[in-house]
Design a protein around this ligand. Structure first.
Ligand code: PEP
Ligand code: MG
Length: 325
């Protein structure tokens, strides 16, 4: 069976009746890019750039980051690479940031909130500079994604920050020509707030990616690290499944690309459901690619649609697990 899975590496994620969906990898370091490509990833659906910033005494320099992003972009050549901007907060200890203690760090100054704070903007500035400089080489394949967005105000602030950074680079002569109009700027959908203003966000975000880890945590008010909450942490809660269905529907209503990069995307039991919703991409740990491809290659769109209908009518995680198994 291992061999059978291995042979899937070069095959696309295409259903028995011919519908293909993109499958991509989540990476945390430039060195993960080549193995992910070799494992059959059609792109990078989530580059968690915070790993470049952790476990060190000083933040990575502009040059270091340009090199990191360029490496990933070059490895994936024309394929899409979604780079998520720094997502850290009070739950991570970052030696060179003097982050105050927070009682609820997951509800605190995290992700885009931290990046837009005046005292931390220098970190965000360096990262955006590096991304725009790296984009010069492979412009069409870089998509930049902001984490933890709740509303249009934050998205506008983040977009304005990127535009301002581009203007600086042009003025300094470090950028030879504007790149921004060639890039896509999108957001993670991982807060319930973003779900309920998705129509508004769709006006100004170029794409969406569903982060089921945080989305489930915040939807269920259930700490993703708290082992006592395992009943709520079962992977397919009805509230979460309905939320996901709503997101895909609204995104497509506004002609926005919507992928998924949370853990559910790498769970082959969820593949038919997600396919039935019409999601545009599933991005996962490289080790899950084959199993997800296999699940998709064994299903048809009518089957997937029927699963969607049954899942959305189910009233417990256990019932949904039964339907999906
Ligand atoms: C998520 O929240 O689902 C996600 C992909 O982001 P992270 O796990 O890095 O918070
Ligand atoms: Mg998240």
């Amino acid at each position: 069976q291992q061999q059978q899975l291995q042979s899937l590496r070069t095959l696309s994620a295409t259903t028995l009746d011919g519908k293909t969906i993109e499958v991509a990898a989540n990476i945390g370091r430039p060195r993960d890019a080549q193995p992910a490509l070799e494992a059959g990833a059609g792109g990078v659906g989530l580059f968690r750039t915070e790993f470049l910033f952790l476990d060190r005494a000083t933040p990575p320099s502009e040059e270091e980051q340009v090199e990191a992003y360029t490496t990933v972009l070059n490895t994936f050549a024309a394929k899409t690479v979604i780079v998520r901007t720094l997502d850290i907060g009070g739950d991570k200890s970052v030696p060179y940031l003097d982050l105050p203690h927070e009682d609820n760090p997951f509800l605190g100054v995290r992700g885009i909130r931290l990046c837009l704070e005046p005292e931390h903007q220098h970190l965000f500035r360096t990262q955006i500079r590096a991304l725009l400089l790296a984009a010069q080489t492979q412009v069409t394949s870089l998509w930049i994604m902001f984490p933890m967005i709740c509303d249009l105000r934050e998205l506008r602030q983040a977009r304005a920050f990127v535009a301002e950074t581009e203007a600086q680079l042009l003025q300094e002569g470090k950028l030879a020509a504007p790149v921004l109009s060639l890039l896509r700027l999108g957001i993670m959908i991982e807060t319930p707030a973003s779900v309920w203003v998705l129509d508004q966000l769709a006006q100004e975000a170029d794409f969406f990616s569903i982060g089921t880890n945080d989305l489930a945590q915040y939807t269920l008010a259930s700490d993703r690290m708290n082992a006592c909450l395992n009943e709520l942490q079962r992977p397919f809660h009805p509230a979460v499944m309905r939320t996901i269905a709503h997101i895909v529907r609204i995104a497509h209503q506004y002609q926005r690309w919507v992928g998924m990069c949370g853990e559910m995307a790498g769970n082959p039991r969820a593949s038919a459901f997600l396919l039935g919703l019409g999601i545009d991409e599933l991005s996962m740990e490289a080790g899950s690619l084959n199993a997800v491809k296999q699940a998709i290659r064994g299903t048809t769109i009518p089957q997937a649609l029927e699963i969607v209908e049954r899942v959305l009518a189910a009233d417990s995680s256990a019932a949904i697990e039964d339907i999906l198994s």
